[in-house]
Write a protein that binds this ligand. Structure first.
Ligand code: AQP
Length: 332
C-alpha cells in the first residue's frame, strides 16, 4: 500500500470548513486504500503565541474532531507530533540543508510575518515549512493530502528530499502533493477572493464546524454571491456562487452539473437555503461525536499513545538512516 501523511494544527479549537473539505475529508477516504499517518501538529502551533492550557485542550479537541470526521485508529495511525521526538531531530537536519533565501521565498511566511510585523514573527514561524519537510520525509510518504495553500511546502519537501538523496545517497521517498481540484481551496463566504482561513477570514466568512448549527446556517444564507441571478459554476466570473456549488457538491455527492440543472431558473436564495440545511445535517452529528470523544479523555489519550508508538517505529528507522548517511557518530 502506498503511504500518505498529513497534519493539522490544533490552534483554533474548531476545524473550519476549508480544513475539512480541503484536507480531512481526503484523509478519511485514503485510510481505506493507503498506509495512512495523520497527526496533530502541536509543534507547528507554537510558532505563534499560544496559551499552554488552551494548547493542551485544543490538541485533544483536534484529535476528537479527526475521529468524529471518520478517522479510524484501526485503519490509520493517528498521533500527536510532539510525542514523536524524531520530528524535531530531523527538522534540525533539514534546516541545515535549506538555503536561507529558499526559506525566505515561502509565501505563507511572507504573508503571516507581514501581518504580525517582522520583528514579532519568530524564527520558528520562519522555519515551520522545514519542520514540515521533516514531518513528511520521516514516514517516507508517497503522497501528502493537503489544501492548495500547502503546495509550495510540498515542493520544498521534494527539493530537500532530492538534495539529501543526491548528496548523501538514496534515503528519502520524494513525495507528491495530493490536492483535489474541487476542494483544494475553499473560499471565504464573504470575500470569495481569499481562502477561508482562521486568521484572515472575518467571523461571517468563516464556517467553524463546531459552531452552533443555527449560526452556520445563517452564515451560508448570507454568503456573498453576485448581482447576476444565474446559478452556474464559473470560478472567475462567479466565485461566490461557485464556492457554494463546490461545497454543496462535495457534501452531498451530487455533481456540480446536476446542481446547475436542479437550480435552473431558481434564485440564489433557494440554493443557499438548501445548502444551509445540508450543512446543518453535516455539522450536527459531527459536533455530537466530537463531544463524545472529548468526554472520554482516557480512550482518546490511549488512541494517541498507540498511534505515537507506531509512528515512532517508522520515524526512528528513517532518522537513524539519515544520521548514518550524514556521518553522525552513533552513540555506543
Ligand atoms: N480554505 C481552505 N481550503 C482548502 N484547504 C484548506 N486548508 C486550510 N484552509 C483551507 C487545509 O487544511 C489543512 C490543515 O491546515 P492547517 O493546519 O494550516 O490549519 P489552519 O491553520 O487552521 O488553516 P488556516 O485557516 O489556513 O490557518 P491560517 O489562517 O493560520 O493560515 C491543510 O492541509 C490546509 O491546506
Amino acid at each position: 500500500r502506498p503511504r500518505v501523511l498529513s497534519g493539522i494544527q490544533p490552534t483554533a479549537g474548531s476545524f473550519h470548513l476549508g480544513n475539512y473539505l480541503g484536507a480531512v475529508r481526503q484523509w478519511v477516504a485514503l485510510q481505506e486504500s493507503h498506509d495512512a499517518f495523520y497527526m496533530v501538529v502541536d509543534l507547528h502551533a507554537i510558532t505563534v503565541p499560544q496559551d499552554p492550557v488552551a494548547l493542551r485542550a485544543n490538541t485533544r479537541l483536534a484529535a476528537a474532531q479527526l475521529l468524529a470526521a471518520g478517522l479510524d485508529p484501526d485503519r490509520c495511525t493517528l498521533f500527536v507530533q510532539s510525542h514523536v521526538p524524531e520530528h524535531a531531530q530531523l527538522g534540525w537536519v533539514m534546516n541545515c540543508l535549506t538555503g536561507f533565501g529558499e526559506a525566505s521565498r515561502m509565501t505563507q511566511f511572507k504573508d503571516k510575518s507581514a501581518k504580525q510585523g517582522v520583528d514579532r514573527a519568530t524564527v520558528g514561524l520562519f522555519t515551520y515549512p522545514v519542520l514540515q519537510v521533516a514531518d513528511i520525509l520521516l514516514y517516507q510518504a508517497d503522497q501528502v493530502p493537503v489544501g492548495e495553500d500547502q503546495r509550495q511546502h510540498i515542493e520544498l519537501t521534494r527539493d530537500l528530499a532530492e538534495r539529501f538523496n543526491g548528496r548523501f545517497g538514496e534515503t528519502f521517498t520524494v513525495p507528491a502533493p495530493y490536492i483535489l481540484k474541487e476542494t483544494g481551496k475553499i473560499f471565504d463566504l464573504q470575500d470569495p477572493a481569499i481562502k477561508m482561513s482562521k486568521s484572515a477570514s472575518t467571523p461571517k466568512g468563516l464556517v467553524n464546524l463546531l459552531d452552533e448549527p443555527k449560526a452556520t446556517a445563517k452564515k451560508i444564507k448570507s454568503a456573498v454571491t453576485d448581482t447576476d441571478t444565474v446559478i452556474r459554476y464559473d470560478a472567475v466570473e462567479k466565485p461566490g456562487v461557485s464556492n457554494l456549488l463546490s461545497i454543496y457538491s462535495t457534501l452531498t455527492g451530487e455533481t456540480v452539473a446536476e446542481l446547475e440543472k436542479k437550480y435552473e431558473g431558481k434564485m440564489y436564495g433557494a440554493l443557499k437555503t438548501d445548502l444551509a440545511e445540508v450543512m446543518v445535517e453535516f455539522v450536527t452529528p459531527f459536533r455530537t461525536r466530537t463531544q463524545e470523544y472529548l468526554g472520554d479523555p482516557e480512550t482518546l489519550d490511549s488512541i494517541l499513545a498507540k498511534g505515537a508508538e507506531k509512528a515512532r517505529t517508522v520515524a526512528a528507522e528513517t532518522l537513524a538512516q539519515a544520521y548514518e548517511k550524514l556521518g553522525l557518530l552513533p552513540a555506543k
